[in-house]
Design a protein around this ligand. Structure first.
Ligand code: GDP
Length: 444
């Protein structure tokens, strides 16, 4: 997502570098190029207009004439305008004073509501809440079963009409789900509603009726970021038909142009609260306008990376690993553990995408994929504990056995073992050089 826009904006802004002073003509030319880049990314016209007006105004104003480096000032302005279009400071979710907090999901069929329900539930649980899912999509065959599967995966209970009780009334199910949550001390109820293929009066009315029956604390409009320009009209229809307090963008992992993401906030006035970027439960995050803006401008998203790393690594484990590296005791078993921790942070390509400059190095980085890591993990798993602890003992016959067991070539194993020894030596040298903790050194 955003690759083309990001490439375009980066190159427009790069052209400004090295210019001593920017004339009004320079600024107009830059603004024109940014405008084309935004329109090509499917950003809605009113949003483009206001964005460009903001950039031009500020760039031509006092800010630039007093600046030491005008090009940097423009980059800063573009970044700030992007942050503002994406929602500025963002907003936190509202919780009910008297639990349960009711979160209702609304959106077109296929926008990713049911998938999101599971992700949200897991997120709430991670925040120390006790969420419950309510299956109020009784329209689509299998929607209830799908939600039950999602609930199982995210280890969250699901309230659904009893099997064999007929189709059931979604409004009644919604109402009863709240009672059930109160009885079981579940403090958040996430209500999955029926989607519609297009904007359909009857289903819109149903969503409004559910809303009236349960008065949600938050109604989240779920929108597929890949639907392009249609996102705006859909958002308007839901705003008028049901009303919502926040937006969730899904499928940000797709390769569409991303205009929806940049338009929806401005057009509806409601903040983007969460973003979903894949089909798996962990492909989900709170939406941060500033981080998204810097990602679009190719500045990387180091903050998200750090946050995810903190969640994936346990401090004690990291400390132990550091010690082992220093003393050269690191084994393949440790290596496997570290790799698993990194992979908890999500698909490798997503992580790489967050690194500054990754966009410019796309081609070189594309070979580092999850398939490669799968292979390395399979090889290590195919080893006995003794082999993992002391890879030196892996002789030709052991290599043959491991290759057969993990379905790789013998040369893959040779590669892995050689690289492991090289890396271990290098890390030990580095740890030696920088003094592996304790004593010595001058600390301020
Ligand atoms: P619903 O009809 O709104 O409940 O939508 P679903 O949750 O059933 O999602 C529709 C399809 O989109 C499913 O195949 C999901 O796996 C897929 N999906 C949902 N969210 C994402 C996402 O963030 N990225 C990708 N690539 N696919 C998604």
């Amino acid at each position: 997502m955003f690759d083309t826009l990001s490439d375009r904006l980066t190159s427009v802004l790069k052209n400004l570098r090295g210019k001593g002073r920017l004339s009004d003509a320079d600024i107009d030319a830059t603004a024109r190029e940014i405008r084309v880049a935004l329109l090509e990314a499917d950003v809605a016209l009113p949003v483009v207009r206001s964005f460009i007006a903001g950039v031009k105004d500020r760039a031509k104003g006092a800010e630039v004439s007093q600046a030491l480096n005008p090009a940097q000032q423009v980059i800063k302005i573009v970044n700030e305008e992007l942050v503002s279009v994406l929602g500025g400071e963002g907003r936190r979710l509202e919780y009910a004073k008297n639990p349960p907090t009711v979160v209702m999901l609304a959106g077109l069929q296929g926008s990713g509501k049911t998938t999101l329900a599971g992700k949200l539930a897991r997120w709430f649980a991670g925040q120390g809440h006790t969420p419950m899912l309510a299956a109020c999509d009784l329209q689509r065959p299998n929607a209830v079963t799908q939600l039950q599967v999602v609930g199982e995966r995210s280890e969250v209970p699901v309230f659904a009409p009893e099997p064999g009780s007929g189709v059931g009334d979604p409004i009644d199910v919604a109402r009863r789900s709240i009672d059930e949550a109160k009885r079981n001390h579940q403090d958040v109820v996430i209500i999955d509603t029926a989607g519609r293929l297009g904007v359909d009066e009857e289903l819109m009315q149903q969503a409004a009726d559910i809303r009236d029956a349960v008065t949600p604390d938050e109604t989240l409009f779920v929108v597929d970021a890949m639907i392009g320009q249609d996102a705006v009209s859909t958002a308007e229809a839901f705003r008028d038909g049901v009303g919502f307090s926040g937006v969730v963008l899904t499928k940000l992992d797709g390769d569409a142009r991303g205009g929806a993401a940049l338009s929806v906030r401005h057009v509806t006035g409601q903040p983007i609260m969460f973003a979903s970027n894949g089909e798996k439960l962990e492909d989900f995050d709170v939406f941060h306008p500033d981080r998204m803006a810097s990602r679009i401008l190719g500045m990387g998203d180091v903050l998200t990376l750090i946050e995810q790393a903190e969640q994936a690594f346990d401090a004690d484990q990291a400390e132990q690993a550091a010690q082992k590296i220093g003393t050269g005791e690191m084994t393949l078993e440790d290596f496997l553990e570290q790799m698993q921790a990194v992979r908890k942070m999500g698909p490798l390509q997503n992580l790489i995408g967050m690194l500054p400059g990754a966009n410019q190095m796309k081609d070189q980085l594309s070979e580092f994929d999850d398939a490669h890591l799968d292979r390395v993990q399979a090889i290590i798993r195919g080893m006995t504990p003794t082999e993992r602890a002391d890879p030196k003992i892996i002789n030709a016959s052991r290599r043959q056995r491991i290759a057969a067991g993990s379905g790789v070539k013998i040369s893959d194993i040779n590669d892995l073992v050689t690289r492991f020894f090289e890396a271990r030596k290098m890390m030990q040298q580095m740890a030696g050089q920088f003094g592996g903790g304790g004593g010595g050194g001058t600390r301020k």
